[in-house]
Design a protein around this ligand. Structure first.
Ligand code: SF4
Length: 349
């Protein structure tokens, strides 16, 4: 496997200089995102925040903006929190063992094992989806691969066969094998696999029967109506609550349900806007892990905004943003990408 890795390893930016910070950042970015998409984000993030110290000192809006489009924002919040822990509790040095790394925010068993093995050659398998799939096919593992026992069984399997040295390379070899040869969907490329002789699934020509996975739970479908409200050459934005879905990010005002034009007008009025024009926008869909948003939208031109009622703001989190701030300051999650793309810049100053 190591010989195969030496000849076939992927060229990845974080492999050029595998400092603990670089490996950590790349592994967190890669958790829910394809390698190709991560490259650009990784370079941009490091250019802005080149050290753990810089990340720990960064403002929320700065690191959220650098993450914009990657989704799963709790990942970057935890990165920032863990950077603070490293500066205050670890003397500015990242811990060197998987057990210590796991005490940091957002670092689970997989990420801890990846950092400790790649940076410090700790003999510990980093069991992610790739290593699970290779394990399931190599051994003909017939239980649900998503369940905890599968992970433990994979760890035991790999601990048995891991070398005494180059454990970081071994983990990366298996990650690369899973990504480029023992492919997740469809037929793996067994004729290129250095372990083909020992593989149970390959011997029985049952490669695509593994891994066995239980059916995914159904996602909940939610209808939402999104509003692009223009007033005084600015557009209405709202900060989401600090907890829950898309916490602390910025959004266009939106309401639950698929609102008719009349309902949409009364919603806009409830925010204090007087609409001079309202026009429907195309529907859009966004898929989260456990839910789907099926959205429709309206573009609204307003000629008045009564921000306050009885001396109090109608909506404490609502404000108006000019076009420049929209691009540079506020992180709008990709759930709203279709509506962000529909913004009429000619309406903005
Ligand atoms: S022989 Fe095929 S199925 Fe088995 S581990 Fe290699 S690529 Fe995967």
């Amino acid at each position: 496997m190591l010989a195969w890795y030496d000849a076939n390893k992927r060229t990845l930016p974080w492999r050029d200089d595998p400092s603990p910070y670089h490996v950590w950042l790349s592994e967190i970015m890669l958790q829910q995102t394809r390698v190709e998409a991560v490259r650009e984000y990784y370079a941009r993030f490091l250019a802005a925040l080149p050290t753990v110290e810089a990340l720990a000192a960064a403002d929320e809006d700065v690191y959220l903006k650098l993450w914009e489009g990657l989704g799963y924002y709790s990942r970057v919040r935890n990165l920032h929190k863990a950077a603070g822990q490293i500066m205050t509790e670890c003397g500015g040095e990242m811990p060197r063992t998987a057990a210590e790394l796991r005490k940091l925010a957002g670092i689970g068993p997989y990420t801890a094992a990846a950092i400790a093995s790649i940076c410090y050659d700790e003999r510990t398998p980093a069991v992610d989806g790739n290593l699970l799939r290779v394990f399931a096919r190599m051994t003909g593992y017939a239980e649900n691969i998503k369940a905890d026992p599968a992970k433990r069984a994979a760890e035991v399997y790999y601990m048995d066969i891991f070398p005494a040295e180059r454990c970081g390379d071994m983990n990366q070899a298996l990650m690369d094998l899973g990504a480029t040869v023992c492919l997740p969907n469809g037929q793996p490329l067994c004729d290129q696999c250095p372990w083909a002789t020992y593989c149970a699934a390959h011997a029985g020509e049952r490669e695509t029967d593994y891994p066995v996975a239980a059916a995914k739970p159904q996602r909940r479908v939610e209808q939402r109506t999104v509003f692009l409200i223009y007033y005084g050459q600015r557009i209405a934005l709202r900060k989401r609550p600090d907890k829950g879905l898309l916490a602390g990010l910025y959004e266009f005002p939106n309401a639950s349900g698929r609102l008719t034009r009349e309902e949409a007008l009364s919603y806009v009025e409830s925010l204090g806007f007087s609409a001079v024009r309202i026009r429907p926008l195309d529907p859009a869909k966004h898929i989260f892990t456990h839910r789907e948003w099926h959205m429709t939208g309206y573009e609204v031109l307003a000629d008045e905004w009564e921000e306050f009622r009885d001396g109090k703001p109608r909506d404490h989190e609502l404000f108006l943003a000019p076009a420049a701030d929209l691009a540079e300051t506020y992180s709008i999650p990709s759930a709203f990408a279709a509506y962000q793309a529909a913004i009429r810049t000619d309406y903005l100053g």
